[in-house]
Design a protein around this ligand. Structure first.
Ligand code: NDP
Ligand code: 8X3
Length: 254
């Protein structure tokens, strides 16, 4: 049953990976889309494809989610009511240990994954409260459930997303607004290319000898979470490839 047709879905970080795949899946359900990211050309191209293939309304805005003023301006200019907010924009940068980490990389992860997500939630939820309806879906990670070496700040940010999700649910207690988190394990997107700062060979090695999740696998879960009946709230869902049993326990065929 499609309960999503005609709803407006705001997806941060829709230029690639899980965000882009989610935009395609929600458009396929007949949702109108508000897309964000920093790469304008990608948003233009994706919007054109979605409008022509699915006949939905698509608007996009190019800005850096780390800039609070840009987030505020974006939200104040929105004409559509946001029914579903998907806080997806995020990244890992580097795999340094705590004793050798790069302070700028740490800022980038914290400002994007935590402060960007918080800003969007802070700015969008008041109108949801006024309407007593809406759904906030945060993209967490298995790294928000389990810390691993080389992930000190990335894991901290995703643990923060878990805490933010739980607190948001409790802050909105008694309203009809749903609050969810989707927590993937290894998904082959541009994530590892970004983490390894453009070292694509190293990025490919993350998925060597195993079949990772695809962005579409996760987008389908996000749509499932969003498409539950109004009284059903999925607080979290952990999805890993079958060859992955924990952050670092990954079986690889020879
Ligand atoms: P991608 O690198 O493919 O996509 C990341 C998206 O985030 C891009 O659209 C990017 O857009 C956007 N983004 C990053 N920084 C900013 C910024 N400062 N301002 C605005 N947008 C930004 O990776 P994924 O699709 O894999 O990642 C999506 C989410 O999923 C992230 O939160 C990630 O932590 C999470 N995740 C990923 C997993 C994986 O294995 N791939 C597993 C678990 C969770 P642009 O660069 O155009 O700004
Ligand atoms: C991304 C998955 O294992 O690289 O959140 O942390 S992992």
């Amino acid at each position: 049953m499609n309960r999503l047709k005609g709803k407006s879905v705001l997806i941060t970080g829709a230029t690639s990976g899980i965000g882009k795949a989610s935009a395609i899946q929600f458009a396929g359900q007949g949702c109108n889309l508000i897309l964000t990211g920093r790469r304008k050309e990608r948003l233009e191209d994706l919007s054109k494809v979605l409008v022509s293939e699915y006949q939905v309304t698509v608007v996009f805005e190019v800005f850096d989610i780390r800039e609070l003023d840009a987030c505020k301006e974006f939200v104040s200019n929105l004409v559509l009511d946001v029914d579903i907010l998907i806080n997806n924009a995020g990244l890992a940068v580097g795999v340094d240990s705590v004793q050798s980490g790069d302070f700028d990389d740490w800022d980038t992860m914290i400002d994007t994954n935590v402060k960007g997500l918080l800003a969007m939630t802070r700015l969008i939820t008041p109108k949801m409260i006024e309407r007593n309806s809406g759904h906030v879906i945060n993209i967490g990670s298995t790294a928000g459930h389990e810390a691993y070496p080389g992930g000190v700040v990335y894991c901290a940010t995703k643990h923060a997303v878990k805490a933010i999700t739980e607190s948001t649910k409790k802050d909105l207690h008694g309203t009809k607004i749903r609050v969810s988190m989707v927590s993937p394990g290894l998904v082959e997107t541009e994530f590892s290319n970004v983490r390894f700062k453009g070292d694509d060979k190293r990025a490919d090695s993350v998925y060597k000898g195993m079949q990772p999740l695809t962005a579409q696998d996760i987008a389908e879960i996000i749509v499932f979470v969003a498409n539950r009946p109004d009284h059903v709230n999925i607080l979290d869902s952990i999805i890993m490839p079958v060859y992955q049993s924990s952050a670092q326990m990954v079986h690889r065929d020879e």
